[in-house]
Design a protein around this ligand. Structure first.
Ligand code: PHE
Length: 350
């Protein structure tokens, strides 16, 4: 009988101290479960003297009922409290779910297309998997011309086209020039071709896949001042109103005359020095940064596109998307390949 008293007072203490419905469930198993204390007592009933057995059984049952009552009461009050605590606190800050964003190259492409859209240029994307003809021959580069090596092209191992030659991954967006001329049949042409381009280079400043944007304008009486005006407009829209551009004589097979385009450096404002003490600007060293290539479309290219060079003239330029993006952001990436590494820690910064 003493044993029963101890069990009851133990159970009472445990129930009193319990703090959650989970605690109560544990206590309930401990006393009332299949291997619980009550059942153990009942199993031991055989050992009890036959005369006392009935009374003992009655006491155990009473104990069981008491513990059942106490646990169920406590369970009710605890669950009630837990439910109350569960009310929605509308003042709590919400959970932040991660959300994606566009890749920085996509953002740059959108911005570039928009700038040219405003002056009536049509956005095009020409094939990345291209025929040699459009990447080279139609651009005034005969089969054995050394300039073809400059582009170090990826050739695709497949059957050559009877007219257009081997299959390549286009090394520049200039392949879009003859394609656009052929698509329209006749000027005026105002095209901005933005696409992936490929060259087999893999180092800190080159990824084998990169992006270029190519402007092409063909019409009657188009001249260099239109080229310069358009690039200047782009530079001011994209980099800021203070930026100036210059054309520097160069050579491309598909333009004549040809120019490299430079833009004033954003760090030193084109001065080449960062203060009056004449400390050399570390970014540009000369006041100018190189944007890319340009020139007046070569008559042979116009002819390849089915356009009469005696009636029409045109200009073209080709710049790197990654390059202008980095110049705009003042980014000096140790390794340009991080743009395509898929590393979210880098991408999230933009
Ligand atoms: N296609 C040239 C390049 O990739 C750039 C260029 C485009 C030059 C158009 C002149 C005219 O370097």
């Amino acid at each position: 009988m003493d044993k029963l008293k101890v069990i009851l007072s133990d159970a009472k203490k445990n129930i009193l101290l319990s703090e959650s419905s989970y605690d109560i469930k544990l206590i309930s198993t401990k006393y009332l479960g299949r291997n619980g204390k009550i059942n153990l007592l009942l199993q031991e009933i055989k050992k009890i003297d036959a005369l006392e057995r009935k009374e003992y059984g009655r006491k155990i049952n009473q104990l069981k009922k008491q513990i059942e009552k106490l646990t169920s009461e406590k369970l009710t009050s605890l669950t009630q409290k837990e439910d109350e605590n569960e009310t929605v606190d509308v003042a709590l800050p919400g959970k932040q779910y991660p959300h994606g964003s566009l890749h920085i190259v996509t953002l740059a492409i959108d911005e570039i297309s928009h700038i040219f859209e405003k002056i009536g240029f049509i956005r095009m994307s020409y094939p990345e998997v291209e025929w040699e003809y459009f990447s080279f021959d139609a651009l005034n580069m005969p089969p054995d011309h050394p300039a073809r090596d400059d582009f170090e092209t990826f050739f695709i191992d497949s059957k050559p086209h009877s007219k257009y030659g081997k299959m390549v991954l286009t090394p520049h967006t200039s392949s879009g020039q003859p394609r656009e001329m052929m698509r329209l049949g006749q000027p005026p042409i105002r095209m901005i071709n933005i696409a992936k381009t490929y060259r087999p280079n893999w180092d800190v400043s080159h990824a084998p896949m990169f992006h270029q944007f190519e402007g092409l304008c063909v019409d009657k009486k188009i001249n260099i001042s239109h080229l310069k005006g358009t690039i200047s407009y782009f530079a001011k829209e994209f980099f800021g109103a203070k930026r100036e551009i210059r054309l520097r004589p160069f050579h491309f097979q598909f333009t004549e005359p040809s120019f490299e385009v430079d833009i004033t450096c954003g760090v030193c404002d084109g001065k080449g020095f960062i203060d009056d003490n004449k400390t050399k600007c570390k970014l540009c060293k000369s006041g100018w940064l190189e944007l890319g290539g340009s020139g007046m479309v070569h008559p042979n290219v116009l002819m390849a596109g089915g356009i009469d060079p005696d009636e029409y003239t045109g200009w073209a330029f080709g710049f790197g998307v990654e390059r202008v993006f980095m110049m705009k952001e003042g980014l000096n990436l140790d390794d340009l390949r991080i743009l395509y590494s898929g590393d979210i820690r880098f991408l999230e910064q933009f």
